[in-house]
Design a protein around this ligand. Structure first.
Ligand code: PLP
Length: 473
């Protein structure tokens, strides 16, 4: 048979859609698969084969077009078509608040409350004492005021939204004074100058990258100044010959000239991390006590709750913000509120919060605990009993992530893996494509999994993943 005849023979073997539908009928895998999906996947499998045949793919044989083989192909594409795009994975990076991997894991009782509120009607916007329409913002206002010490509070979709809303409310068409050392960019899409432009505030930069003095702010204050803005340099640190103006000094300056003072805390925390052996982050309570009119921060960074943007501060200004029509576009949803309220409640007792809020727990895990877990994972993997697997425990550092505590290097323990005959990059790809993907890092040609962010029940799925890789190769 020449090439052309071989091609024609293969093309004749391509099954029809109805034939494959018949093949699929008795297979329980297809039982609950919508017919539209199945037909689409069959058609695309046929088309892919047709293309390979016409391209003269030398690896393609008649065996590839056998019914059972063809059905397997359809199965895997149906599987990919019906599985959710958003799915769980194992964070073995050691970055606790990993923005790409979903930031914070929620406390168990917050998750339970989401379940309740999601499956029942609720008083989301219903004033229970008066029996009339209420406000969803009031749901977490009391607890926010209680733990922060602020007069008033509200929440929106995320901190970027919170900053935008505050600027739009108090500084539209007015000058906003910011230190050049604080013109931050977070994750590429949040940049102070851009947010300022969107809000209609007019950015007035003062000072220099490394040193800004009170007189720089004072000299810049004019009649059309609407705001003194302090931005927490969340994801970097200016070190060396530096000077910055404290929030308290800005508050005093604001009082003198009757200008509103706002602080974007970024991550925001109610916990003094230095009490737990970490680097101190400014707390929300301290910013409130310093007298800032407005303070904004995230719900899902160091706070360890759901994605949200929290605004606390002076009643008079918060009242204006609450009636800004923009709030409607940034409004927080009920499932977020359900989780946020419960998460915030944990901060009534900070020492307990450290244990019950997963983000805080992972940040403060004792080294010995992580080391024990690393040893456990090491021996689980040893038990696979494959001589190609080279396992070692390595000393590494984890990071807080989420644009917080940039200088913090948390000593941690990892399990390093080499597999004879498989490159670290190939291993990384296999693990990323695993049914439950595992995301780690490669250092010096070793694939490393940091036990700080691996959950206790994830050791067995990790073992399964490595068994898969070894079986495939
Ligand atoms: C992270 C961060 C933001 C954005 O917060 P999101 O909740 O991600 O929208 C804004 N400002 C600062 C200083 C930040 O660190």
């Amino acid at each position: 048979m020449n090439e052309n005849e071989k091609q024609q023979a293969l093309l004749r073997m391509l099954p029809g859609v109805d034939h494959v539908l018949e093949l699929a009928k008795p297979d329980p895998f297809f039982e609950n698969i919508p017919k539209s999906v199945l037909v689409r996947c069959i058609r695309s499998a046929v088309e892919n084969f047709r293309k390979s045949i016409l391209d003269g793919d030398p690896d393609l044989t008649e065996g590839d077009l056998a019914d059972s083989v063809f059905l397997e192909k359809v199965k895997s594409s149906v599987h990919a078509a019906v599985r959710p795009n958003l799915r769980q994975l194992i964070n073995a990076t050691g970055v606790v608040v990993h923005t790409n991997l979903g930031r914070s894991l929620l406390p168990v009782d917050a998750i339970e409350n989401i379940l309740t509120i999601a499956s029942r009607y609720s008083n989301l916007e219903f004033d229970m004492s008066k029996g009339v329409r209420g406000s969803r913002y009031s749901i977490v206002e009391d607890i926010l005021c209680e733990v922060s010490g602020a007069e008033s509070a509200m929440v929106v979709n995320n901190n970027a939204g919170a900053v935008l809303l505050c600027l739009d409310t108090v500084a539209k068409g007015k000058k906003v004074i910011v230190s050049r050392g604080e013109l931050i960019e977070i994750g590429g899409s949040f940049r102070i100058p851009d947010v300022m432009a969107k809000s209609g505030g007019i950015l007035k930069e003062v000072g220099t990258t490394n040193r800004t003095h009170l007189r720089d702010y004072e000299n810049a204050v004019e009649n059309d100044t609407g705001l003194l803005l302090k931005v927490h340099t969340s994801n970097y640190s200016v070190v060396g010959f530096t000077a910055e103006v404290s929030l308290k000094e800005l508050v005093d300056l604001g009082k003198k000239y009757k200008v509103t003072v706002m602080e974007d805390l970024g991550s925001g925390t109610f916990i003094d991390f230095s009490r737990y052996g970490l680097i101190k982050e400014p707390t929300v309570q301290e910013s409130v006590a310093a007298g800032a009119d407005l303070i904004t921060f995230s719900g899902d960074k160091l706070l360890g709750g759901p994605q949200a943007g929290i605004i606390v501060g002076k009643q008079e200004i918060l009242d204006k913000i609450k009636t800004n029509p923009m709030t409607r576009a940034l409004r927080i949803d009920k499932l977020t509120l359900a989780a946020l309220e419960i998460t915030l409640g944990h901060y009534r007792d900070p020492d307990k919060a450290i244990d019950s809020i997963p983000t805080l727990r992972m940040l403060t895990l004792p080294f010995g605990y992580i080391e024990t877990k690393a040893k456990q994972l090491g021996s689980v993997l040893e038990n696979i009993g494959d001589s190609r697997l080279k396992i070692q425990l390595v000393n590494i550092t984890s990071a807080a992530g989420g644009g917080a505590l940039p200088l913090l290097n948390l000593p941690s323990k990892g399990v390093g893996i080499k597999i004879k005959g498989i490159s670290p990059n190939a291993m990384e790809r296999h693990l990323r494509e695993n049914a439950t993907p595992i995301i780690g890092r490669i250092e010096e040609d070793i694939f490393i999994m940091d036990l700080r962010t691996i959950q206790d029940d994830e050791l067995v799925p990790i073992k399964d993943a490595f068994e898969n890789i070894l079986n495939l190769n």
